[in-house]
Design a binder for this molecule. Sequence first.
Ligand SMILES: N[C@@H](CCC(=O)N[C@@H](CS)C(=O)NCC(=O)O)C(=O)O
Length: 204
Amino acid sequence: MVLFHSPLSPFVRKVMLVLHETDQLQRVTLHPVNISPVSGDPHLAQDNPIGKIPALRLVDGTVLHDSRVICEYLDTQHVGPPLIPREGSARWRRLTLASQVDAILDAAVSSRYESFLRPADKRWDGWLQAQAQKIRSSLANLEQQHLAEIASGFDIVAIGVACALGYLDLRQPDFGWREQQPGLAAWYAQISQRPSMRATEPVA
Ligand SMILES: N[C@@H](CCC(=O)N[C@@H](CS)C(=O)NCC(=O)O)C(=O)O
């Protein structure tokens, strides 16, 4: 399989963590791409018309995107404990939390584009502040309502939270999430030592 990849994309990191944690890394060749919303990659665009990463080309040529679909597919391809519950209320609860975590990634990636890509005279501080507020309220909810669940195993939700916190450290090192969420900070310090986390750590 071929994974369209960038080491700095938190959505790609989710997929890489699933590959590591389910021992499927050897099944995938990485195809490096360097893209932004205003500069695409022609090879990627042939496989994913929306031009985003991650995208995964299977052996039969089928292309899967986005990261949620790819993670779910990979989770059906190994024999260990599933990272996403297969059925029942646990499945919908985990998928909803995973979606909340993806929304943190969306807000953080959008903020990066706004503050780095957009011409300085067109930047909108109010919009950036609104994205930051989405991230803050979502992290507060994870800390207050879901910390025990997140800490109970390195499943699809925990993987997403790890990617979100790692991406904040990379792109917004002054965001200050550790002061606001000491429980998540302690959990993150611990899981950052996992071999999968160390192997996928983004370095700007
Ligand atoms: N919902 C998508 C989001 C993927 C995404 O936004 N990827 C960014 C890189 S972190 C991207 O490809 N940006 C290029 C673009 O927006 O055109 C997923 O879960 O895979």
